[in-house]
Design a protein around this ligand. Structure first.
Ligand code: ZN
Length: 236
């Protein structure tokens, strides 16, 4: 006659393995969520860096424009002063200064054209990065929220499984339940109760003794002679 605890133990084990699977999944979630946060930070940093490059070039343009204005004002002042100067060498020095200012302005203006081209290029690039990163940020946020919701669901399911467990365990006789619980907590993370597979243990795959096979064929639950896991055999 089949062990009356067998069916109950199989039901309990199915629930326990499912719960253990959920617990393992739950343990992986913080790492996955941290990875999303790191991705978000990296995207934000890339967007900020592109915007900073634009700002830096705009400041350089402002400074060039200020320098042109300063040189222009200086030349205008020298022009006015030169009309009042009586000594020829002073007059020549002023003209030389004005010529030098003009040369400098020309140089700065040439650089300015390059800078304006560069800033336009950087702006376009920053805009592109911002758009593409915004899209990725939205995806990252969605993924994060999904994981968060998933973790809540899994936690609730684990809690419920733990609540339901005593009801399922009550149908298994005590000494069998003790053995089963010990095996369930074992480090090898395998199902404590396995079906005899062609005369071999479903866990360690070693052939069981004839005596064990004989007991199993009567519907009893036996220990594997090798790995001590619980065994049962299908009886018709
Ligand atoms: Zn075994």
């Amino acid at each position: 006659m089949t062990d009356p605890s067998l069916e109950a133990l199989l039901i309990l084990q199915e629930a326990d393995l499912r719960r253990k699977g959920m617990e393992q999944r739950l343990q992986l979630l913080p790492k996955e969520m941290d990875a999303i946060i790191a991705r978000r930070d990296k995207l934000n940093a890339a967007t900020a860096a592109a915007a900073d490059a634009v700002k830096k070039e705009e400041l350089a343009i402002k400074s060039s424009e200020a320098e042109i204005a300063r040189l222009t004002a200086d030349s205008q002042k020298l022009q006015q002063q030169s009309a009042l100067v009586k000594k020829n060498n002073e007059y020549q020095a002023m003209l030389a200064q004005i010529a030098d200012n003009k040369r400098k302005i020309g140089e700065i203006e040439e650089e300015l054209i390059l800078k304006l081209d560069l800033v336009a290029e950087l702006k376009e690039k920053a805009e592109k990065i911002k758009r593409s990163n915004a899209l990725e940020l939205r995806n990252a946020r969605t993924e994060f929220e999904e994981l968060l919701a998933f973790s809540k669901t899994v936690k609730a399911e684990i809690d419920q499984a733990l609540k339901d467990r005593p009801v399922l365990a009550a149908n298994v006789r005590d000494e069998l339940l003790t053995t089963y619980n010990r095996l369930l907590k074992g480090k090898d993370n395998t199902p404590p109760l396995t079906e005899l597979d062609n005369g071999c243990c479903g866990n360690c795959h070693m052939r069981v003794t004839l005596q064990t096979a004989n007991e199993l064929s009567k519907g009893k639950i036996e220990h594997c002679d090798n790995c001590q896991h619980l065994l049962y055999a299908k009886t018709e």
